[in-house]
Unconditional design. Structure first.
Length: 659
C-alpha cells in the first residue's frame, strides 16, 4: 500500500513539475523538492514559515510558498524553457526578534531582482521576472547587514510558468577525498616563547599565567622586573600571586635549555582591563553536550597541560550539564553527581597552570533545562569565585519567561546584573555574553562582556561554518583588546553530532578546517576547541599548534578584520602590532550561491589562482611575504602577489613592508 502511495506521489510530482510537451504550465515553488534548498538555520518548510507556523507577513496571511532562513540558496535548472517566475517575499511575523535580510534572484549568474533589505513588519514585496532564455536561476536570501540571526524568510505564492521541467540542483557538495595533509612544521628544539605578549589583571585578584614556550624539555624559565607579589616557578614557567599596585610592568621573560634560549617582553597591565588577547581554550559542548562529566574535563585538562599549554592554550571550560537538580538550603547551586567537587576539580586544573570556565543562564533554567542563575546572581558569582572559576559563559535561555516581549534594553539587563555580581568577587573572570542576541556586538561591551556570541550554534558543516565565519564583517568593528566577537567553537577533531552523541571526525575537509582556523584567527575570535580531548590526531594537532597562526589571533592590537570580496573568493586581512599585515586568501564561492556545485566535481579538485593587489588593501611598495601555515618565506613582491588556493581552502600569509 505504501509503495502504491509513493508511486502515486511520484506520478503526481511529475505531473506538476513536467508539463505536457509544448504546453505552458504553472509550477509552484513549494512543489519542488525542498531538500535541495540549503539554509543556515532550521530546514525549509513547505507552506509554513521556518518555525512551522502559517505564513504571515506584516499581518497579512499567505497560503503557500517556502519558509526558509538566511543564508538560503536554491539553484534551479530551468532547461531554458521557463517564461516567468513571480510571487512575493517577506520576513515572517513569527519571530521573537527581527533580523535584516535581502532576497535576490540571479539568472545565469546575473542579478535580475532584489527585494532590498527588509525585516519583520515590512509588507511583503512582489516580484515578477522574465525567464526566457535563462538556463539556471538561483534563489538567494542574504543576510541584510546584521548577520544571519533571526532572518525568517518567506518565498510566498511563488510560481513558474514553463513548457519544460523545473529541476532543483543538488546542494549537497561532492565529498572531496583529500587526505588530511599537515602543513605545520614541528617546533624547533631551541626554546621559543609563544602566546600573548600582554596580560591584563586586576590589582588585588589572583594572577595565574603559564608562559607558553616550546623547545626540548627540560627548559628553565626566569624573569626580570616581575612586579611585586608575583612569583615564577622556574621549572613549569607558571606565574602566580597577587599584584597590589596598579601599573604597567614590562617583564623580561627568559627560557633556556641545552640547545639555546629565547627572551621576550611580557607586558603585565594591572588595572581595570582583563582578557587583553582573545581567550584560548576548550569547551565541552560541541563534543559532549549535556553528557559532559568530570573524566572528560580531566582528559581535556590533561591533554592541554601536556601538549597545548606551550602554545598559549589555557581555559578548560565546562558548558551546560554540570548543575545539581536543586539548590541547597542556603541557595547554593552545586554540581550534580557527575561533578562531586568543583573546588577539587578547579584546583587540579590550576595546578597544571590552566584556568577553569563555567556556564550558566540568566533565566530560571539553562538552555539544556538545568537550573539557571535567575535571582541568585550574587550567590552564584560568589560560589564560582570560591571554587576558583576564571571564565563564565552566560547564555540566555528561559530568560524569555522573565522578558516575554524582549527589547534590547530587556535582553541587556540580566547581563549587566551578572557583570555587577562578578565585579563583587575578588577574581578576574572572563565574561562571555553567551547568546547570539540581535546586534549583541552593539551592546555586549556596555553590558560588561569580554566577548559575545554573534551567531547560532556552530556545527561541523561547511555551509554553517561559512555562514558564521564569512559574515563576521558585520560586527568586526566591535573588536578591541578585551572585547571580542565570539563566532562559537572550533569544529575540528572528533565532535559529537547533535551535541553529545555519535562522536565522529569533523565533517569539514582538511582545507575547510584550515579555512575555519585561519578565519577565526584573522577575526581575533576566542579560540575554543570543541573536540574530544582524549584523542587528537596529528592533523588536528597541526591546526592547533601553529604558533605563527596563533600569533595572528593573539596580536595585542586586536584590530578589526576587513573583508574584500573578489570574483575568485574572499580576502580577509588584519593589521598587526609590528606593522605587518595578516591576510587570508580564501577560495570560496564569494557569494555562497552554489554556482560552484553546478559546475561539477572537476572544479572542486582544482586550485583557483588568486591575486592580491596590494593597492586594493591601500598598500604601496614591496612586501616580504610569509606563508604562515608552512612557516616559510615566499619572497619579496612588488605591487601584487599571486598564488593558487585549494577548493574551500586558504593561503594565510603575512606581509612585512620591505624597508
Ligand atoms: C545554547 C548555546 C550552546 C550551549 C547550549 C547549552 O544556547 O548556544 O553553545 O551552551 O545552549 O545548553
Amino acid at each position: 500500500m505504501r509503495r502504491m502511495m509513493s508511486i502515486f506521489g511520484w506520478v503526481l510530482l511529475l505531473f506538476f513539475c513536467c508539463p505536457l510537451p509544448g504546453r505552458t504550465a504553472t509550477i509552484f515553488l513549494d512543489e519542488l523538492d525542498t531538500r535541495y534548498m540549503l539554509q543556515d538555520w532550521g530546514t525549509p518548510q513547505v507552506n509554513k514559515s521556518v518555525l512551522g507556523g502559517a505564513f504571515r507577513v506584516a499581518g497579512v496571511d499567505y497560503a503557500r510558498g517556502i519558509g526558509t532562513h538566511s543564508i538560503s540558496r536554491l539553484l534551479i535548472d530551468l532547461e531554458g524553457k521557463a517564461t516567468s517566475f513571480s510571487g512575493w517575499v517577506g520576513a515572517d511575523d513569527l519571530n521573537d526578534f527581527s533580523g535584516d535580510m535581502e532576497f535576490e534572484l540571479i539568472a545565469d549568474e546575473v542579478l535580475v531582482w532584489t527585494s532590498g533589505v527588509i525585516r519583520k513588519g515590512v509588507p511583503a514585496r512582489p516580484f515578477a521576472i522574465d525567464l526566457r532564455g535563462v538556463r539556471k536561476l538561483a534563489l538567494l536570501v542574504k543576510e541584510g547587514g546584521d548577520g544571519i540571526m533571526y532572518d525568517h524568510a518567506d518565498w510566498l505564492d511563488a510560481r513558474f510558468e514553463t513548457t519544460g521541467r523545473i529541476i532543483p540542483e543538488q546542494s549537497v557538495p561532492v565529498k572531496i577525498d583529500v587526505a588530511k595533509y599537515i602543513l605545520t612544521p614541528l617546533p624547533p628544539a631551541q626554546p621559543r616563547i609563544n602566546g600573548p605578549k600582554v596580560l591584563g589583571v586586576r590589582p588585588g585578584n589572583p594572577v595565574l599565567f603559564a608562559i607558553p614556550a616550546t623547545g626540548e624539555r627540560p627548559v628553565r624559565f626566569s624573569a626580570e622586573h616581575l612586579p611585586e607579589g608575583l612569583t615564577l616557578d622556574p621549572a613549569s614557567g607558571v606565574i602566580r600571586g597577587i599584584i597590589r599596585e596598579a601599573g604597567a610592568y614590562n617583564v623580561a621573560i627568559r627560557v633556556e635549555n641545552s640547545k639555546g634560549s629565547d627572551v621576550r617582553i611580557l607586558r603585565i597591565e594591572a588595572g581595570d582591563r582583563i582578557c587583553l588577547t582573545p581567550p584560548m581554550g576548550w569547551n565541552s559542548w560541541n563534543c559532549w553536550g549535556l553528557k559532559v562529566d568530570e573524566q572528560k574535563v580531566n582528559d581535556a585538562a590533561d591533554l592541554m597541560g601536556r601538549k597545548l599549554i606551550q602554545h598559549g592554550w589555557s581555559y578548560i571550560n565546562i558548558d551546560d550539564g554540570w548543575e545539581a537538580a536543586q539548590r541547597s538550603v542556603g541557595g547554593m547551586l552545586n554540581g550534580n553527581a557527575k561533578f562531586p567537587d568543583f573546588r577539587r576539580l578547579c584546583g587540579s586544573i590550576h595546578d597544571k597552570g590552566l584556568k577553569f570556565g563555567i556556564y550558566s543562564s540568566p533565566g530560571p533554567r539553562t538552555c539544556g533545562g538545568h537550573l539557571g542563575s535567575y535571582g541568585y546572581e550574587v550567590k552564584d558569582a560568589a560560589t564560582w569565585a570560591d571554587w576558583g572559576v576564571d571564565y563564565l559563559k552566560y547564555d540566555y535561555c528561559y530568560y524569555s519567561q522573565i522578558a516575554p516581549v524582549p527589547t534590547e534594553e530587556l535582553i541587556k539587563r540580566p547581563y549587566t546584573l551578572m557583570r555587577q555580581a562578578l565585579d563583587s568577587v575578588k577574581r578576574d573572570i572572563v565574561y562571555c555574553v553567551g547568546f547570539g542576541a540581535p546586534n549583541v556586538w552593539n551592546w555586549g561591551r556596555e553590558a560588561g562582556g569580554n566577548q559575545w556570541r554573534t551567531t547560532r550554534d556552530i556545527t561541523d558543516e561547511w555551509n554553517v561554518v561559512t555562514a558564521i565565519g564569512f559574515f563576521q564583517d558585520v560586527c568586526a568593528s566591535a573588536v578591541s583588546p578585551g572585547h571580542y566577537n565570539d563566532p562559537d567553537m572550533l569544529v575540528v577533531g572528533r565532535l559529537g553530532q547533535g551535541w553529545g552523541d555519535k562522536v565522529h571526525d569533523s565533517r569539514l575537509t582538511a582545507d575547510e578546517q584550515y579555512t575555519h582556523v585561519s578565519l577565526w584567527c584573522l577575526q581575533s575570535a576566542p579560540l575554543l576547541i570543541g573536540c574530544d580531548m582524549s584523542e587528537i590526531d596529528d592533523f588536528t594537532m597541526n591546526l592547533l599548534t601553529n604558533d605563527e597562526v596563533i600569533a595572528v589571533d593573539q596580536d595585542p592590537l586586536a584590530m578589526p578584520a576587513r573583508k574584500l570580496v573578489k570574483p575568485e573568493g574572499q580576502v580577509w586581512y588584519k593589521y598587526l602590532e609590528d606593522g605587518s599585515i595578516a591576510i587570508g586568501l580564501f577560495n570560496v564561492d564569494p557569494y555562497f550561491i552554489l554556482w560552484d556545485k553546478s559546475r561539477g566535481e572537476s572544479i572542486q579538485r582544482e586550485k583557483t589562482s588568486m591575486t592580491l593587489v596590494f593597492s586594493d588593501l591601500g598598500l604601496k611598495g614591496k612586501y616580504r611575504v610569509r606563508d604562515l601555515w608552512r612557516q616559510q618565506d615566499l619572497g619579496t613582491f612588488d605591487g601584487s602577489y599571486s598564488t593558487s588556493v585549494p577548493y574551500h581552502g586558504v593561503q594565510l600569509i603575512r606581509l612585512m613592508p620591505e624597508k
